[in-house]
Ligand binder design. Structure first.
Ligand SMILES: Nc1ncnc2c1ncn2[C@@H]1O[C@H](COP(=O)(O)OP(=O)(O)OP(=O)(O)O)[C@@H](O)[C@H]1O
Ligand SMILES: [Mg+2]
Length: 360
């Protein structure tokens, strides 16, 4: 399916799977008419990660305003949209139900069809959003590298909404590794942007860090790299002390010393980006896919964007930065393709949250 049989369909998307309350209106799966994201990142920063109870309460506070704002910015009312697409999973249960229940209410009240969307599928469809002039849409077969806070997946798509999971992380997701290593380096949450900023001017070859290639599989592993970073930081701290002082240290977190943060961040970022880019390119080659989609929060990473694009012979589609992290435009985009195939919920109340819903 390249051309939709429906010339123009307008979808209202709603997303509350984690710590962003988001709503958007998208036409024909590509044209973003409005896109509103209320981020709770600042509220969670003091916990160093998302606090689920805080997240769901905040979604409850903001969902109504965010959806109204998305419609207002689009100069539309609910009557003007063809369907409502909402994230059904995966995500935090308490967060998912807020968006889901709100969307159910809208669908019941308006009689509009409701479409349940997999959040990961949404991330992939962010690559279809807001094309630059003349930019062709992603062509199948393609390999999607989905790298976010909770997932690192390689997925083969032979057509719209058709997913074959090739592999994924065996331990930490790429974004999670960024967040944890940022904490180790004393950088702010969320760690990805902080590491990228700290890495500017750093030498990516300063520290020899391991790459888990896991040859023969399309899986990833970042726990070894994370541990190597921990040991590297500990060694640097040890070197800053006399042997006598080092011998009595029980908790290295308590040792404050000036670390070469730029070099550490650049070396770590390079190790992650190299593995992700190389495996995505090889997976595409082996599966006869000419094109690659990179999506999810970590696809905002400049080193990764450069590496994937540089070495891939075919076209690489990476969303604009504002569509890399959680948003509802991507949910509306995926919703458009489900809507064109008639894949809507049988009755608005039929949809339940699916916190562990895999893709493919
Ligand atoms: N420039 C960047 N470089 C590296 N990582 C980044 C960058 N920007 C954001 N990230 C990472 O992306 C993650 C957030 O992405 P996203 O919002 O897609 O994840 P999520 O929704 O929490 O997880 P999931 O989609 O798996 O449920 C965080 O781990 C963050 O550190
Ligand atoms: Mg996400």
């Amino acid at each position: 399916m390249t051309e939709s049989p429906l010339a123009s369909a307008r979808i209202l998307g709603i997303e509350t799977s984690c710590d962003e309350t988001a709503a958007a209106v998208v036409e024909d799966g590509r044209r973003v008419v409005s896109n509103v994201v209320a981020s709770q990142a600042e509220m969670h920063a003091k916990y160093g990660g998302v606090f689920p109870e805080v997240a769901s309460r905040q979604h409850i506070r903001t969902i109504h305003t965010v959806v109204e704002e998305a419609l207002a910015q689009a100069h539309l009312s609910l009557d003007d949209v063809d369907a409502i697409a909402v994230t059904q999973g995966p995500g935090l249960p308490g967060s998912l139900v807020v968006g889901l229940n709100f969307a159910k209410g809208l669908a019941l009240g308006s009689g509009k069809p409701l479409i349940g969307i997999n959040h990961l599928e949404g991330h992939i469809y962010s690559a279809w959003l807001d094309p630059q002039a003349d930019e062709p849409e992603p062509a199948f077969p393609l390999v999607a590298l989905l790298v976010s806070g909770g997932h690192s997946e390689l997925i083969l798509m032979t057509g719209h909404l058709t997913y074959e999971r090739l592999g994924g992380t065996l331990d930490d997701a790429a974004g999670e590794a960024f967040d944890k290593v940022a904490r180790l380096l004393g950088l702010a949450y969320p760690g990805g942007p902080a590491i990228q900023a700290a890495a500017e001017g750093g030498n990516p070859a300063a520290f020899a860090l391991p790459r888990a290639w896991l040859e023969g599989s399309w899986d990833f592993s970042f726990s070894g790299l994370k541990t190597a970073m921990l040991h590297q930081v500990r060694d640097l701290k040890r070197q800053s002390l006399t042997p006598e002082a080092a011998a009595v240290i029980k908790d290295w977190n308590t040792v404050e010393t000036r670390l070469p943060v730029a070099d550490l961040a650049a070396s770590f970022q390079q190790a992650v980006a190299e593995v992700l880019a190389t495996k995505a390119r090889l997976a595409a080659q082996q599966h006869g896919a000419r094109e690659i989609v990179v999506a999810g929060g970590v696809s905002a990473n400049a080193a990764l964007r450069t590496l994937v694009t540089k070495d891939t012979p075919g076209r690489v589609h990476i969303p604009a930065l504002k569509y890399c992290t959680d948003n509802a435009a991507m949910i509306a985009a995926a919703g458009y393709y489900r809507y064109t195939l008639g894949q809507v919920a049988e009755g608005a109340l039929a949809l339940d949250a699916r916190p562990n819903w895999p893709v493919g």
